[in-house]
Design a protein around this ligand. Structure first.
Ligand code: HEC
Length: 181
């Protein structure tokens, strides 16, 4: 091998290196990935809330008088099956886990005979008005903190109105339900 041959080989090696380098630079320029500011995929979804749901969460409930105008006693009786585990609704019926509820609308709070009411309920004097029943049935512990009624509440305003209309019917002389203003 003479010097000329070695030069040719070195030249070829050097040439290849330069070519690879150049290719690398060009390819780098062409294919540099565009890095997003935040890693991960950006998913652009504009939420369209299901009709009413988001509104229901924020908007205040309709006044109970208005809901009572269209309340259905039979639907209320069905919904009130949720109460049967703890309450008897019949006239002169027994107390169960909770007190008998015959004539509860307009009844004095925590007076029903033979039932051990919680201190929280006993200290909340007054009569069960429609408004207060509505608020108690919506969230018992919010209205009477410390109540022994372990019931989550009826969240649907219409269902509460139906149940209240039903409770109101459980009396010797049911009072007329309030009319919307
Ligand atoms: C898990 C059992 C349970 C369920 C279910 C339940 N309650 Fe009660 N309820 C009670 C208990 C216990 C009390 C007594 C609360 C106290 O003394 O703090 C009570 C008290 C009440 C009172 C007050 C009674 C009074 O004489 O002052 C009303 C009104 C009432 N419940 C209505 C309902 C209705 C309507 C439902 C169904 C939608 C229901 N409850 C479901 C256990 C229950």
């Amino acid at each position: 091998m003479d010097g000329f041959e070695i030069n040719k080989i070195l030249g070829a090696v050097l040439g290849t290196c330069l070519f690879t380098l150049a290719l690398n630079i060009v390819a780098g320029g062409l294919f540099t990935p565009h890095k997003p500011a935040k890693p991960g995929y950006e998913i652009a979804v504009t939420e369209t809330p299901a009709a009413g749901s988001a509104q229901a969460a924020t908007a205040p409930d309709e006044p109970i008088e208005k809901l009572l105008a269209t309340a259905d006693v039979n639907k209320g009786a069905t919904a009130a099956k949720k109460c049967l585990a703890c309450h008897d609704f019949s006239k002169g019926g027994p107390n169960k886990v909770g007190p008998n509820l015959w004539g509860i609308v307009g009844r004095e709070r925590a007076v029903h005979g033979g039932f051990a009411f919680s201190t929280a309920m006993k200290s909340k004097s007054g009569k069960w008005t429609i408004e207060e029943l509505n608020s108690y049935l919506k969230n018992p512990r919010a209205m009477v903190p410390g109540t022994s009624m372990a019931f989550i509440g009826l969240t649907k305003p219409n269902e509460r109105a139906d149940v209240i209309a039903y409770l109101n019917s459980l009396a010797d002389n049911p009072q007329p339900l309030p009319k919307p203003q």
